[in-house]
Write a protein that binds this ligand. Structure first.
Ligand code: NDP
Ligand code: HSE
Length: 440
């Protein structure tokens, strides 16, 4: 059979990995796919850079549209990033009857509904394994491997940059800004690193996993997002003393009232495997009713790890290219006409447990007042840690830190209790609240 023809839009970090791995492993990939997979065109505005990467093995063009409009191209691989030009090119490729592979989680989390509808109408495939957790085949696992299960929750470390920052801060006591620069140098961070550190990138990925896990439309605008920029080194230390690690988790959970969709720093028991995922590595836990808990671990970013996922999609498309659209795996795991309208819950309705740190006056009765407010709100305390004032503020200090771990309660009730505690004259600084996930 004639090799399937591929065009890469944006031959940068991931694009060059795709090109190189396809060249290196072409024989083995062909034996799996049943036909050759050939990159015949690549685009990049900096033509000289692109030529240096591909030599005379593919045609290089500055204008990505030349690939989308070329009738000889069967599959367009979108690796430009962003949600403007990438969206136009993807929709144009679909309209031209081409299959699309993309690593662009921002694009699909925001415009997925429109893109999948256009692809469905045209009978073409849109594959996006690389968009979530880089080289880990989590989309395949959720969409196909776990298809027997009623999935209950998915929780993951799905942003390598923030996990790298948190690991380096904890291990080496380095400053946030120093570690962020290193993550950028290593190529983990997005073009705009605020997407990483503010939790937006993780929320893009979580939105896609949630849609596939529960058969709901992609609803990035309903995700609750909190990044790591407000985390203090002392909270990382206190969490450690209490037997926890702080991780930026993406959590999506099915409840009787709807679906939780949230990204925020979380205390995770240090004994859990996922708490020990360090550096830029990613890990995703999935809880299914039949299989129980499963854990997927690997490189969530980088040129060749991400290329590994892009090429897996290319092989799938090469195999299914001639199949009837109805016989292919649905984009979001559930048949197009069988999506659920389960609502995404507002954060106030989420039930979880908490770590609270209060900077208080070192006076008699302060702890009793604070715990009294929690008791009045029917919030049960799991553990309390009070530091000696000298240890916190030096000799003669008159303030100290009180750390409280709570049992589960609904977030709206915790918000009300926090407002009351914050108003106490003996509470001397904004209270730190970090959610806690046992992931049992
Ligand atoms: P890069 O910035 O390294 O590559 C993007 C490429 O697109 C550049 O080579 C750029 O080159 C080219 N480009 C930009 N605008 C145009 C245009 N108008 N026409 C043609 N080419 C263009 O990004 P990455 O490879 O890191 O990321 C690509 C996608 O993969 C993003 O969506 C990202 O979120 C996603 N991703 C990245 C991962 C990673 O580890 N890096 C992991 C998982 C997903 P030039 O400026 O010369 O045009
Ligand atoms: N910026 C992303 C990360 C790249 O740090 O995980 C992979 O999607």
């Amino acid at each position: 059979m004639k090799p399937i023809q591929v065009g890469i839009l944006g031959i940068g970090t991931v694009g060059s990995g795709v090109f190189n791995v396809l060249q290196r492993n072409q024989e083995e990939i062909k034996r799996r796919a049943g036909r050759g997979i050939e990159v015949t065109m690549v685009s990049r505005r900096n033509i000289a850079e692109a030529q240096a990467l591909v030599g005379d093995r593919a045609q290089v063009v500055a204008d990505a549209r030349a690939i989308v409009q070329n009738p000889a191209i069967d599959i367009v691989v979108e690796l430009i990033g962003g949600t403007t030009l990438a969206k136009e090119l993807v929709l144009e490729a679909i309209a031209a009857g081409k299959h699309v592979v993309t690593a662009n989680k921002a694009l699909l989390a925001v415009h997925g509904t429109e893109i999948f509808a256009a692809a469905h109408a045209k009978g073409v495939m849109v594959a996006f394994e690389a968009a979530v957790a880089g080289g880990i085949p989590i989309i395949k696992a959720l969409r196909e491997g776990l298809t027997a299960n009623s999935i209950q929750w998915v929780a993951g470390i799905i942003n390598g940059t923030t996990n790298f920052i948190l690991s380096e801060m904890r291990d080496k006591g380095l400053d946030f800004s120093v570690v962020l620069k290193e993550a950028q140098r290593l190529g983990y961070a997005e073009a705009d690193p605020t997407f990483d550190i503010e939790g937006v990138d993780a929320a893009h990925k979580l939105t896609l996993m949630s849609a596939i896990a529960f058969g709901i439309p992609v609803q990035f605008d309903k995700a609750y997002i909190e990044g790591i920029t407000q985390l203090g080194a002392q909270d990382i230390r206190y969490a450690e003393q209490l037997g926890y690690r702080i991780k930026l988790l993406g959590i999506t959970k099915r409840t009787a009232n709807g679906v939780e969709l949230r990204v925020h720093p979380s205390l995770v028991p240090a004994k859990r495997l996922i708490a020990n995922v360090e550096g830029a590595m990613n890990a995703v836990m999935v809880q299914g009713d039949a299989v129980g808990t499963t854990l997927y671990y690997g490189k969530g970013a980088g040129s060749e790890p991400t290329a590994s996922a892009v090429i897996a999609d290319l092989v799938d498309i090469a195999r299914l290219h001639t199949a009837e659209p109805a016989q292919r795996v649905p984009y979001l795991a559930f048949q197009h006409h069988s999506m659920s309208d389960l609502p995404v819950l507002p954060m106030g309705e989420v039930v979880t447990s908490y770590y609270l740190r209060l900077r208080v006056a070192d006076q008699a009765g302060v702890l009793a007042t604070v715990t009294g407010l929690l008791a009045a709100a029917d919030i049960s305390i799991d553990a309390v840690l009070q530091r000696e004032a000298d240890e916190v503020g030096g000799e003669g200090a008159t303030q100290t830190d009180v750390i409280i771990l709570t049992h589960d309660c609904i977030e709206s009730r915790m918000n009300a209790a926090l407002s009351q505690m914050q108003a106490l004259p003996t509470v001397l600084a904004p209270i730190t609240r970090i959610r806690k996930e046992e992931l049992a």
